[in-house]
Design a protein around this ligand. Sequence first.
Ligand code: SF4
Ligand code: SF4
Length: 446
Amino acid sequence: MSFFSINKSFKGGVHPDEHKDLTENSAFEIMPYPTEVILPLSQHIGKPSKVLVKKRDLVKSGQVIAEPDGFISSIIHSPITGKIKDIGKTASVGGRPQEAVTIVAEGEDEIVFMEPLDAESITSEMIIERVKEAGIVGQGGAAFPTYVKLMPPKDKNIECIIINGAECEPYLTRDYRYMVERTKDLIVGIKLIMRALGVKRGIIGIEDNKPEAIRMLKEATIPHPEIKVEVLKTKYPQGAEKMLIKVAVNKEVPPGKLPLDVGVVIQNIRTAISVYDAVVKGEPQFTAALTVSGFGITTPKNLIVRVGTTIQQVLDYCGGTNDDARKVIVGGPMMGVAQYDMSAPVQKATSGLLVLTEPEMKHSQETNCLRCGACVDVCALNLIPKDLAKFSKAGKWDEAEALGVTVCMECGTCSYNCPANIPLVQWIRLGKQRVINIQRSKQNVS
Ligand code: SF4
Ligand code: SF4
């Protein structure tokens, strides 16, 4: 049977230039130890972590330097051996200064590992505790503390997990490299997540532009029939949670609901690898794995770097930027964030750094709406992006809410497809935030 006999998809979506070839054959390299790291206390969704160290304290790699502050928060470990230089505001991804701990390297690198645990006999509770101790946050973009996702409310009946191997953002090949370089570890990581959640069914969703990974995963899962490899059509945003659930298990997540409301938990490939590393090797999450790509970087690579390494250091390690480099993006080109301060650090969930040249930056001159409907055609959630953007821009929050602005997953597909180059998703994101704030304040009053 052909590996590619099944390839499912969803309505809408786009086919941006993939540019995966820049790095798909670049095996992970471990970037040398940095001389200084900057660790934001908010590298995850939820409350910032609480600092446990003070200036001039000596720390080792893997030592806990900040603890969770509340249920949705995370532990942070020192990624290097050295001395606490400062605790205060520093540059961060996205531009807004953030509270962070700066550590300067001193002496030989000493790594404090946790005790390795037996992946065969470990209990669900022990896995969840280990994931919490390791400070693992989701790697699919939102950086949600993983241990929280492994503890769904008791009234939710979780039937299966879906491992997101779509990696549908152009350029990024980090997850692909994990699928081909650490296939067996990945399967163990998935089984650990399944045990933590008490589910008997796992699905790896993977786009059909990754034939080698599909072949290797299909082979590796033969002894594990509880894990199925589901081949999906290559189309953006195939990796979005709602799309993935629709094509993998044919369930619709209603507006305002979460995957766990339809009995599904989604985890990312790198998250499953981090779970493996935490349990089997006792390794805390003090490294980030990312693709550095784009035609503006001298040598595109896939890298493992210590968290807190600055973006500039990473770019320098890849030979620096070319003369025609115009823009740096943290993440992928569709959902990533433009970055202007290269002294900002790589964080736990950073999946990519792109250095783009002028021809790669498709959209430039904005014109008036042509009423062509191209944005409506590609929205996988059946929204009307042109109207959502129009109402958001005009501050008409009631109208934006009525049209479902809060449902938007900010995938950027509509902006990508707009011939008038209107930054639709930026306006929609603004409208969504305002409407959510209004809804919350009404709830607080009532
Ligand atoms: S950004 Fe929102 S409105 Fe635009 S295509 Fe994606 S889901 Fe639809
Ligand atoms: S794609 Fe752009 S130009 Fe066409 S209707 Fe939508 S907003 Fe207007």
